[in-house]
Design a protein around this ligand. Structure first.
Ligand code: PLP
Length: 404
């Protein structure tokens, strides 16, 4: 095989296939606290919608679709966002194959090799290789219980300007129930972020998959709702509210950006069959009832895991999240989160080490010095309540051995 022909972005990648990780690949006794899988029993009943898509909308569902996405679904999404304080129309919406695909398209739109962008420390780890595949430098700013540290971002911009270096192309941020920490950015920080980036001409990529997975507290306006200058490119998804397997999400941005992204999209349009299922589900009234169910189910899961962690792993510091899928556990300094995750996997509990969520040296998260070496992230979304208890108990036994 001609290795020399590989692009730089591919040459350095591992050739090993990843260890089994998806629930369908795992032994039944492996407890999956690692990724944001949906709770199987909360996946909605969509059979009738699928039959309808293949009968009443047969040609539309089986034909090539418009690259921007179904006009009806885009219109519904615009209405959904406007009910949440935004001012967008169907022209601002591009349907993508999930949020990750949307983020990939934004990178195609904005990044040249050697450009930089900003993420929080820690950040959603799946984005890091996407950003790096564009040859971009990933810069970090701190993150605390109030969200991204806008003061650090302003200081970073000032340092770059003083050095005559170009500012980052965008700031990537998860403002609601941040992955991995669960924190929600305050309104004051959101306003400051939008104002700073608008002033400096830096885009903000607002990735907001968990917005409606809120259990407690009042919703804070999205960055897109605060945006007056088309600084914010919003990414949404149906993965957390309907089903991740349908692979439908969207990007909301100025129509001129959408028109360009459409031409950079090589998938021939997102699947029209799944777009039709989602559109009919959403407009049937089933969607809102389902969101209420999703909130109730994951709230119960969060509460169960919080109780179990407080009981069985009392040395872990946790900030109770108001929504989302994750708990971030900080163990006392010196504890080795990587070793803990490896040992847990060997004992059939899959968790993610905190170090996975840092693009660089980290250090921004308040209880951590260094790349969150003493932290781990647990997801409460997928497992049953009984298995949440069992998994945390197993983790406690491993922790006790390691701490000893
Ligand atoms: C912050 C964040 N963005 C995006 C995604 C993925 O969304 P999608 O399934 O639509 O690609 C996730 C899923 O875990 C997430 O946590």
């Amino acid at each position: 095989m001609n290795q020399g022909a590989l692009a730089c972005r591919a040459a350095g990648l591992s050739t090993a296939f990843p260890a089994p990780h998806f629930p369908s690949e795992l032994d039944a006794d492996v407890i999956a606290f690692d990724s944001g899988f949906a709770y199987p029993k909360v996946l909605p009943e969509l059979s009738q919608f699928a039959i309808n898509a293949l009968s009443a909308h047969r040609e539309e569902s089986l034909q090539y679709a418009p690259p921007q996405g179904s006009p009806e679904l885009r219109d519904w999404i615009a209405g959904y966002m406007n009910a949440d304080g935004c001012q967008v129309s169907a022209d601002h919406i591009l349907i993508a194959g999930g949020a990750k695909h949307g983020i990939d398209l934004i990178c195609r739109l904005l990044l040249d090799e050697g450009d930089s962008l900003v993420v929080t420390a820690p950040t959603y780890f799946t984005c890091i290789p996407i950003f790096r595949s564009f040859g971009a430098h990933v810069l970090e700013v701190g993150h605390d219980a109030e969200g991204l540290r806008v003061d650090e971002l302003a200081a970073l911009f000032n340092r770059l300007k003083a050095a005559g270096t170009a500012l980052p192309k965008f700031v990537y941020n998860v403002v609601d129930f941040h992955n991995p920490t669960g924190a929600t950015m305050t309104l004051a920080r959101r306003e400051a972020l939008v104002e700073l980036c608008a002033r400096e001409g830096v885009f903000i990529v607002e990735d907001n998959p968990y917005r409606r997975v809120r259990f407690t507290g009042e919703a804070v306006p999205t960055l897109k709702a605060l945006d007056r200058d088309d600084t914010v490119i919003h990414v949404g998804t149906f993965s957390k509210l309907i089903a991740p397997g349908l692979r439908i999400g969207w990007v909301a941005a100025h129509p001129e950006l959408i028109a360009r992204m459409m031409q950079l999209k090589s998938d021939g349009g997102a699947c029209p069959f799944t777009q039709r299922i989602i559109y009919d589900f959403c407009r049937s009234g089933a969607f809102e009832a389902h969101v209420t169910k999703v909130q109730a189910v994951y709230r119960e899961h969060r509460d169960r895991m919080l109780t179990a962690v407080r009981r069985w792993l009392p040395t872990a510091a946790i900030d109770e999240p108001d929504g989302g899928y994750y708990l971030w556990l900080d163990f006392p300094p010196g504890f080795d989160g990587d070793a803990f995750a490896a040992e847990a996997a060997a004992r059939k509990v899959n968790i993610l080490a905190g170090s996975r969520f840092f693009a660089g040296p980290g250090g921004g998260y308040p209880r951590n010095r260094g790349p969150a070496a003493n932290s781990v992230r647990l997801s409460y979304s997928y497992e049953t309540l009984q298995r949440i208890d069992e998994g945390v108990e197993r983790l406690a036994r491993i922790y006790a051995k390691m701490a000893a």
